[in-house]
Design a protein around this ligand. Structure first.
Ligand SMILES: CC(=O)N[C@H](C=O)[C@@H](O)[C@H](O)[C@H](O)COP(=O)(O)O
Length: 217
């Protein structure tokens, strides 16, 4: 787990219907991230993790998204977590917001029983402190801006939450809407232990959309 400290973690994901939705393509994105200097990867589903594992030994934070209500929740059950561990995940991310339909904080201990560390994905300071007290190995700001009461999702990353968790001694991973090196630096300056960047690296659709918006046509 310590290999992730101070590093950039690249989230290599593509949802159903996305042109890049293919485990082999995800694995190639992961390989690009490795060549670019990523310290770790964040990958959705056992199938994609298995494909990524065939190309790199870099630490993988695994998750399994399940549609629930207005959004995808992150790895709500122990069964899903066990599948990720079997596929080669080095750490498992779980949804620790009140919106998860799963056992929430209890999952941490259950996943530790598999011998795998846990990243608690949260949306608020309170959730983050509870996750840390319950034994999460790292706490991610992943879900800030995505729970029902936080919609619409803000444009910028939640650097304030990173700082608030770090100042209370929580090992915090900054994740969600980091789009440039300036924001990544700010996250580390705020006390982040590591930073996850997804779409700004691995989603050519949103990258194109942002740049196309600057064109006069
Ligand atoms: C909210 C949610 O479900 N986030 C997911 C968590 O794994 C992914 O869809 C994000 O791409 C990831 O968090 C990285 O964030 P960004 O792509 O903004 O750098």
């Amino acid at each position: 787990m310590n290999e992730l400290r101070g590093g950039l973690i690249v989230s290599c994901q593509a949802p159903a219907g996305h042109p890049l939705r293919d485990p082999e393509v995800i694995a190639r994105l992961a390989e690009c991230a490795v060549l670019g200097g990523a310290a770790g990867l964040r990958v959705n589903s056992a199938e994609d993790i298995a494909a990524v594992r065939r190309r790199t030994d870099l630490p993988v934070i695994g998750l399994h998204k399940v549609r629930h209500g207005h959004r995808d929740v992150i790895t709500p059950t122990l069964d899903l977590a066990a599948g990720l561990a079997e596929a080669g995940a080095d750490m498992i991310a779980v949804d620790l917001t009140p919106e998860t339909p799963g056992p929430g904080l209890k999952l941490i201990e259950h996943i530790h029983g598999l011998g795998v560390p846990v990243m608690g994905d949260v949306s608020t300071l309170e959730e983050g402190l509870s996750a840390w007290e319950a034994g999460a190995d790292v706490v991610g700001t992943t879900l800030s801006g995505y729970t029902a009461r936080q919609l619409p999702t803000p444009h910028d990353p939640d650097l304030h939450l990173v700082g608030a968790l770090a100042s209370r001694g929580v090992r915090v991973i900054a994740e969600g809407r980091y789009r440039n090196h300036h924001q990544v630096r700010q996250a580390f300056a705020a006390g982040a232990w590591a930073v996850v960047v997804g779409g700004a690296i691995t989603d050519p659709i949103s990258i194109t959309r942002r740049l196309a918006a600057a064109a006069p046509r």
